[in-house]
Each structure stands twice: as C-alpha cells, then as structure tokens.
Design a protein around this ligand. Structure first.
Ligand code: DAT
Ligand code: MG
Length: 140
C-alpha cells in the first residue's frame, strides 16, 4: 500500500450535466484528498498526449472530438491506493454495464453515440497517473 496520486477528469458530458460537484463529493466522502482542481476546455494537443495509448483505435477520433467538445473539471486526488480506489468508485467503462453504486453506474448511460460518454476519467496505473498529471497540472 502506498500513497498515490491519480488524475480524475469530469468529462464534458458530466460537466454539462452539472455533475462535477457530485463526483467531487464522492471522492471526498471516500476520504481522498483533493490536491488541485481546474476547469478548462481541453486542447487537441492535451488529448493526443492523454489518450496516446488509444491512438489508431476505431473510437479514437470520436473520443478526442467528444473530449474537446466542452469544459471538464480536472482534479488530482491523493490517498493510499487511490488509483485503484477511484477506478472502483468510477465503475466499468461501459456505463450500461457499470454497477449501481458507482459513478458511471449511477450517473451515466448510453446516449447512442459512437463513443462511450461515461462521466469520468481516472488514471489506470502509477505510470499513467504521473504522465497524465504532468499534462493537466504541469506545475505539480
Ligand atoms: P477507461 O476510461 O475505463 O479507462 P479506456 O481507457 O479503455 O477506458 O477508454 C477510454 C475511453 O474511451 C472510455 O472511457 C470510453 C471510450 N471507449 C473505450 N472503449 C470504447 C469502445 N469500444 N467504443 C466506444 N468508446 C470507447
Ligand atoms: Mg483508460
């Protein structure tokens, strides 16, 4: 067990629906610390770096298009094993399959688009977290 930081994004669907506060409430209720917060419209350059692992996949262009379609709330959170812990709070990638009780299960649904709009992003490993935090919070 180690103290970790994770990069969380309330994606444009969540931001537009006014769910930033609810996502942050769940993070704080779980006991994780908010290290930094920002509201911004992502650039394509930031998204290309953020989603480098998905470049070339069928949903990549649509994903970037969706993610730069509006503002996001970006957060760095901190706590023991918070990377896995937030992924557990977020639930499965597909919001239709995400379990009730999770952010995606409670707050997300399929809206019929090509790209899954699933309210939040959370880093998936310590290596990804370090890379992603440097993209969204270069001063940290
Ligand atoms: P996660 O966000 O759970 O880490 P991921 O990194 O595999 O999932 O994918 C990034 C985002 O891309 C995901 O949140 C929603 C979208 N996505 C993933 N797989 C998809 C697919 N097969 N069809 C449409 N969108 C997809
Ligand atoms: Mg991912």
């Amino acid at each position: 067990m180690s103290i970790e930081r994770s990069l969380v994004l309330v994606k444009p669907d969540g931001f537009r629906r006014g769910l930033s506060g609810e996502v942050l409430r769940r993070i704080e209720s779980k006991g994780y610390l908010l290290v930094d917060l920002a509201v911004l419209t992502p650039t394509r350059e930031q998204l290309a770096a953020h989603y480098v692992e998905h470049q070339g996949k069928s949903f990549y262009e649509g994903l970037v298009e969706f993610m730069c379609s509006g503002r996001v709330t970006a957060a760095v959170i901190e706590g023991q094993d918070c990377i896995a812990g937030f992924r557990s709070l977020a639930g499965a990638t597909d919001p239709t399959k995400a379990a009730p009780g999770t952010i995606r299960g409670d707050l997300g649904r399929d809206w019929g688009g090509e790209v899954q709009q699933n309210v939040v992003h959370g880093s998936d490993s310590p290596k990804s977290a370090a890379r992603e935090i440097a993209i969204w919070f270069p001063h940290l």
